[in-house]
Design a protein around this ligand. Structure first.
Ligand SMILES: [Zn+2]
Length: 686
């Protein structure tokens, strides 16, 4: 018998986008079905005089699942089809001798076609030369299923393989009345293996068995023409991932309905063995991708001959989903994060300075349009979604946590990037104006018992708002925070989306907006000094890169907060009935043009701050943040928007243990260069 793997290589696979081929295939199938029904109806005539008892059963046909593309139509996840040969519980005779005959007939055709049935009995050889497969039995799952089988048959767990076979011959009706073998040893062996497999897989009316997962047309034709009772053909699809690493955190997987969600899906009309989205985009857009199941009603006479087959309901294919993601941009972001992390570590090691970034190991970057469209959600390190099953233990044990999506779930202290929000709250609440000058004396001495200093301990002297943002003066924002007050400040921060869901269709962190409200939930008491820390983005403030991008977008939009979205458009498989996903404003405050202009000027000045940023020639706004962590190295944070004059995109980047905000600049500029076709220094590509 040929190995199943070898067989699979010769199997024809039908790509849905090759629609003409698919139609030819479908037409061929219809011809065979008509032929089949004719054979069966003709055959049935013989019996009809004796009996008119009929039995109908419904076979559910899975709809074609929609495919997933990026915003430019680049395929991210597509389908690969195969025809599977299935065994239906209700259609298989229940009387043991008839059941054996049906399996024997099937297995002969399968053997003739050189393909294995997917059996799992842990035994090698054929009777009387049989032995347990010790290698397979090492797997506790195999061992447990085997033990359960023995218990069901009331057999001793110490039974030898030969004794087991000899017992089963009698128990499974494989001997005639005189005690002689009915079938040859090969057929008998196959019957035992199939019955064992059906038993351990809990073969039932709602749990059909996949005999051959990829069957070719010749095999299917033979099986159908031979009228093998119990066998039917089902179209199966397999997801093909075109960017298994770059988009692993976004795409998600499909699989059988998880038991805890079974009731929910059944109520929606799904069948027990339906394939559904388990996580990521596959789960988020399940209703769009799914389509509708079809139903075929099969009528059989009392001998199991098919006398009629009609389509009660055609399956409706699911719609294709186009994401707002630009997969090339996503790849650029990932590659740049990886390269920058290596650069930070190399530089830190070379300098020999402790806590200067030698522990940088991971990061995330998000790119969002001002209207909330998410163009990139990169998280590094990543993993290969197609190898998640086999490599899960390795991924889970990796201290860099590749399975953790930092772009959506990372709760990062924003550091000085938060000063953007403090500025908006200060001006819009009427506490300060963009021209308010505050004299930074280094140490902030308003409170007797708590006197923090500016990071520039000698003090920046007299500053207005844009200078304070540009120089990231802590003293200035201590004063703005205190004068505004935490409650007013947080009313604005919340309206900017900080500490709130962005509205993206994927699961994400809500973040933490530090304040009395949050303090109370964790049993802390809020003191005035906490307000000073919160105003410069410290305290308990923690947000995801996506939230930070969306916050900057809201400021630049003059206070209109757009729902973050990853859905660009949907359309059916032929490309018609296109439906764009329009931007939605979910919240809003008024931010005056002067406020926006002042913040923008501050962010322009901020660009001059580090060597990595100031040499970039393209006009952008940035704000760095260096976030204290409980670890030794600080996190590097940077938010940016581009272009400066007419902002289109906001970007946020975090590098864990990246030591200083400027270290997060390179990946941000790399994605801006990618979007606008610039070189690494922000000059137009020649
Ligand atoms: Zn200062």
């Amino acid at each position: 018998m040929k190995n199943a793997e070898t067989f699979k290589k010769s199997v024809s696979k039908i790509n849905f986008r090759l629609l003409p081929l698919y139609i030819i295939f479908a037409a061929a199938m219809i011809v065979f079905l008509i032929k089949l029904v004719n054979i069966q109806i003709t055959g049935a005539d013989y019996y009809r005089s004796a009996s008119s008892v009929t039995h109908t059963r419904r076979i559910v046909t899975e709809p074609v699942r929609g495919e997933i593309f990026d915003r430019n139509g680049v395929p991210l996840v597509t389908n690969e089809y195969s025809q599977a040969l299935m065994l239906d519980y209700d259609a298989l005779p229940s009387r043991p001798s008839e059941k054996n005959a049906a399996i024997a007939k099937l297995s002969r055709i399968l053997q003739k076609n050189g393909c294995d049935i997917n059996t799992v009995m842990p035994a090698l050889g054929t009777y009387p030369h049989v032995a347990y497969d010790d290698e397979a039995m090492k797997d506790p799952y195999v061992r447990n299923r085997f033990t359960r089988f023995l218990k069901r048959y009331g057999l001793d767990t110490e039974i030898t393989c030969i004794e087991l076979y000899e017992t089963l011959f009698g128990r499974l009706d494989l001997l005639d009345d005189g005690g002689e073998h009915i079938y040859d040893s090969n057929t008998e062996d196959m019957i035992i293996r199939v019955l064992y497999t059906l038993d351990v897989y809990d073969f039932a009316p709602d749990n059909p068995f996949v005999l051959v997962s990829e069957a070719d047309l010749k095999l299917i034709t033979e099986i159908l023409e031979a009228n093998c009772r119990g066998a039917y053909v089902k179209k199966l699809f397999k997801r093909v991932y075109h960017y298994p690493e770059a988009a692993s955190n976004i795409i998600g997987r499909v699989g059988k309905i998880p038991s805890e969600k079974m009731d929910l899906y059944l109520a929606k009309g799904y069948s027990y063995d339906a394939t559904v989205g388990l996580d990521g985009v596959e789960a988020a857009f399940e209703d769009i991708l799914r389509g509708e199941e079809g139903v075929t009603v099969i009528t059989e006479d009392e001998y199991g001959n098919i006398t009629d087959s009609r389509t009660e309901k055609e399956a409706v294919p699911g719609k294709n989903v186009y994401l707002t993601i630009d997969i090339e941009l996503q790849q650029t972001a990932l590659a740049s994060l990886e390269a920058q992390i290596k650069r930070i570590v190399d530089e830190a090691v070379r300098s020999g300075e402790p806590d200067s970034g030698e522990k940088a190991d991971s990061g995330a970057l998000s790119v969002v349009s001002l209207k909330g469209e998410v163009l990139a959600l990169a998280t590094y390190p990543t993993y290969d979604i197609t190898r998640l099953g086999e490599n899960y233990a390795e991924y889970a044990a990796d201290p860099r946590k590749p399975l953790f999506d930092r772009s959506l779930f990372g709760n990062y202290q924003p550091g000085s990037t938060f000063k953007i929000a403090t500025s908006v709250a200060g001006i819009e609440s009427g506490t300060i104006t963009p021209d308010t000058v505050i004299d930074d004396k280094g140490k902030y001495t308003f409170y007797e018992d708590y006197q923090p200093s500016c990071w520039y301990v000698r003090g920046h002297g007299k500053l207005n708002l844009e200078e304070a943002i540009g120089k990231s003066c802590n003293y200035y924002f201590f004063e703005v925070g205190r004068l505004t007050g935490i409650d007013t400040m947080n009313r604005y921060c919340s309206a900017l989306g900080l500490g709130r869901h962005t509205g993206i269709e994927l699961p994400e962190t809500e973040g933490v907006l530090a304040g009395p409200e949050y303090a109370a939930t964790v049993g802390d008491v809020w003191v005035p000094g906490d307000t000073l820390q919160a105003a410069i983005g410290q305290s308990k403030n923690a947000f995801s890169p996506l939230q930070l991008s969306c916050c900057v977008s809201t400021v630049l939009n003059g206070g209109s907060r757009y729902k973050a979205t990853i859905l660009y458009k949907t359309c059916n498989y032929s490309g018609s009935d296109e439906q764009k996903n329009n931007p939605v404003i979910i919240d809003g405050i008024d931010i005056s043009e002067q406020t926006v202009a002042a913040v923008k000027r501050g962010m322009k000045n901020s660009k001059e701050w580090t060597s990595d940023t100031k040499n970039y020639k393209f006009d952008v706004g940035t704000k760095t943040g260096t976030a204290q962590t409980t670890k030794t190295n600080n996190n590097a944070v940077l938010v940016a928007f581009a272009p400066y004059d007419n902002p289109e995109y906001t970007i946020a980047c975090v590098i864990e243990n990246g030591a200083k905000g400027g270290n997060a600049a390179r990946p941000v500029f790399d994605v801006i260069s990618h979007i606008y076709g610039l070189d690494a220094d922000g000059r137009p590509n020649k």
